[in-house]
Design a protein around this ligand. Structure first.
Ligand SMILES: [Zn+2]
Length: 401
């Protein structure tokens, strides 16, 4: 599956440079991986080892929370903050080469080589090398992003100077970018600092005005090498869309940030029983508990063509289990939810062969949900008072499995 890779020297660079663009790509159904190469805090201390371990852990939690908000997968590589120039360039290149090998991104976003910050400069050098366009290499496009409080603070004194020539409309996603930046409590600043919400809006408005958008992020295209599509001879032949493969797999601890993002997605919130958002700490406590008692709770991630697309959760009490499930909006309307419900129920039956009945509480006005459970073999139950208000019960008995 196609993927975009974001390289950042420090936690928050990915948001400042391309937070709105990342969210746009994710909402479009594509996978994004963010790799933070440095630890992002120790330079404020005289000695690297003097950095407060608790502060570092807190920054890591913020980084995971932001990854959840954006809906990306995340890796952190722990290079020394503001001391990338003490690390052999080859070591930084190796980290990026491994990421390219693993994720096979068609597009890579990296920091800009003319920035004030030395880590940004080293990362840019390493990214150019690690993504060089050899035969068969996956990376087709390399772009450099600007970082408020580093790119403009070089005052064009270093080469290359940042010369943006690609502008991405982030009118619909700028609020997520601002919210993500505010989540970095130790890095966000008050106006008129460049990392304040007001300044970030002003920068987005300025780049938007260059190209007719309300808000934009600006990039410099470093290199683009467009390969011919596979089977180029059939270029003009219309190919039928490939059928989408649905599977469910047990959720893992590292799914926490992505599922956190789903639980706060307005589309999902509107369809859930309690219709409210959750905070990070509440989410992680709930998630850890859900994964720790497989005799009572099973949590599955629904994957469509290898892309995490939704959740299937089932909670057992005695002979009866209650299911709650959702798909992200962009995967709905194609009958994929029906398959996911069937697969989820089968997986639950495998774990709990003695289960007698599965209940799904569906909002009365949720026509798509009612239809999906019916097609998956559930039948509408009689009116009952023991469920959440405004919901109807759909039932699947063991005899119909
Ligand atoms: Zn930085």
């Amino acid at each position: 599956m196609s993927c975009t890779l974001i390289l950042a020297a420090h936690p928050d660079d990915e948001v400042l440079g391309c937070g709105g663009t990342i969210r746009r790509i994710v909402l479009g159904g594509e996978k994004v991986h963010v790799a933070i190469l440095g630890e992002g805090i120790t330079a404020r201390y005289g000695q690297r080892f003097a950095a407060d371990a608790e502060l570092l852990r807190q920054l890591q939690r913020c980084t995971e929370e932001v990854a959840g908000l954006l809906g990306v997968s995340l890796s952190m590589h722990g290079l020394p903050d503001n001391r990338f120039d003490t690390v052999p360039l080859l070591d930084i290149i190796k980290i990026i080469e491994d990421l390219v090998e693993r994720y096979k991104p068609h597009t890579v976003y990296t920091q800009h080589g003319g920035d004030l910050n030395i880590d940004h400069v080293m990362l840019y050098r390493a990214a150019l090398t690690a993504t060089r366009p050899m035969a068969g290499a996956p990376v087709q496009r390399l772009l450099a992003y600007e970082v408020a409080s580093s790119t403009e603070w070089a005052f064009a004194q270093f080469t290359p100077v940042f010369r943006p020539n690609v502008f991405v409309d982030i009118s619909e996603t700028i609020e997520t970018k601002i919210r993500a930046m505010q989540s970095y409590t130790g890095e966000a600043r008050l106006f008129p600092h460049p990392r304040s919400p007001e300044s970030l809006r002003a920068i987005a408005g300025r780049w938007g005005s260059v190209c007719g958008f309300e808000a934009a992020e600006a990039f410099e295209l470093v290199r683009e090498a467009v390969a011919a599509p596979k089977g180029a001879a059939s270029w003009n032949r219309s190919t039928p869309p490939a059928s989408e493969t649905v599977r469910v797999r047990p959720a893992k601890a590292e799914d926490a940030p992505v599922i956190f993002g789903w639980r706060n997605d307005p589309y999902i919130v509107a369809r859930c029983t309690f219709q409210r958002t959750v905070a990070w700490d509440e989410h992680t406590a709930w998630f850890a508990k859900s994964l720790s008692q497989p005799d009572r709770n099973l949590v599955f991630v629904i994957e469509i063509d290898g892309c995490a697309a939704g959740l299937f959760r089932i909670d057992r009490s005695g002979d009866v289990a209650t299911v709650s499930t959702y798909l992200l909006e962009r995967f709905t309307g194609r009958g994929l939810g029906v398959t996911a419900i069937r697969l989820g129920c089968l997986a639950a039956r495998e774990q709990w062969p003695d289960l007698q009945q599965i209940i799904a509480w569906v909002r009365e006005e949720n026509a798509a949900g009612r239809s999906a459970f019916t097609k998956a073999g559930f039948s509408l139950g009689a009116k009952r008072r023991d469920g959440p208000s405004g919901h109807v019960a759909f039932l699947l008995n063991h005899t119909s499995w």
